[in-house]
Design a protein around this ligand. Sequence first.
Ligand SMILES: [Zn+2]
Length: 66
Amino acid sequence: MSAKSEKLKPCPFCGCDDARVQIETYGKWARVFCPSCGASTMSVQVGYNDPSPAVKLWNERADDRA
Ligand SMILES: [Zn+2]
């Protein structure tokens, strides 16, 4: 039931649409990873149950590809 603030872009490495957010350390850190090729962002500190900084990082990396 969590609000999805920002949508994840496709993986910049393998192009799959299956990237997902992994919450770590009691919701204080998060990273985005791709289960297909194993690419991931570094873990970033996030607000409680608000992984948007990690999502942003992922999406910026996805933009690098273009
Ligand atoms: Zn991938």
